[in-house]
Design a protein around this ligand. Structure first.
Ligand code: SF4
Ligand code: SF4
Length: 150
């Protein structure tokens, strides 16, 4: 996965656990023998992010560009861009320069990076649409629980 998305690194895997049971997962934690019986294991997905990426904030807090949501699964716009429903979005870009390294959506920042065929005159419209579509600036809307793993 790290090879297909700019900026993603295999050096810093994250375990993503989603509270909702209505989601597919790449990997399920195996049940360990235990008494009394433990509740069923939660589905766990492992994603890879840049080691310098900021930690994911809580749901509803300001977005800090941690990249968890877009590296986990694409939003509706990302499904269109990436032509798949699972895995890292093709529009996710790492911005490592500057005092606050972060991930950013290329459809908002520079859609021509994702769609090179896009006429220059249409870029502002696509950027505005993308901003509205992904509700940029509305706070973190990702309910995944993310924790670093070895
Ligand atoms: S919406 Fe949340 S999970 Fe997605 S990049 Fe922003 S802070 Fe990270
Ligand atoms: S916000 Fe942008 S980078 Fe993230 S999933 Fe949607 S289209 Fe992809």
């Amino acid at each position: 996965m790290g090879e297909s998305v700019a900026g993603l690194s295999d050096d810093a895997p994250l375990r993503i656990r989603r509270p909702s049971p209505f989601d597919f997962a790449d990997k399920v934690t195996p049940a360990a023998p235990h008494w009394p019986p433990m509740p069923p294991p939660q589905p766990v997905t492992v994603i890879h992010l840049h080691p310098a990426a900021p930690p994911k904030p809580a749901w509803g807090q300001p977005c800090n560009g941690c990249g968890v949501c877009c590296a986990w699964q694409p939003c509706p716009l990302g499904v269109l861009v990436s032509r798949r429903r699972h895995g890292a979005c093709d529009a996710l870009r790492w911005h490592g320069d500057g005092p606050s390294p972060h991930y950013r959506c290329a459809m908002v920042a520079a859609p021509q990076q994702v769609w090179p065929w896009l006429p220059r005159g249409l870029r502002p419209a696509v950027q505005a649409l993308a901003r509205r579509w992904i509700a940029a600036g509305a706070g973190c809307d990702c309910d995944a629980e993310a924790s670093a793993t070895d």
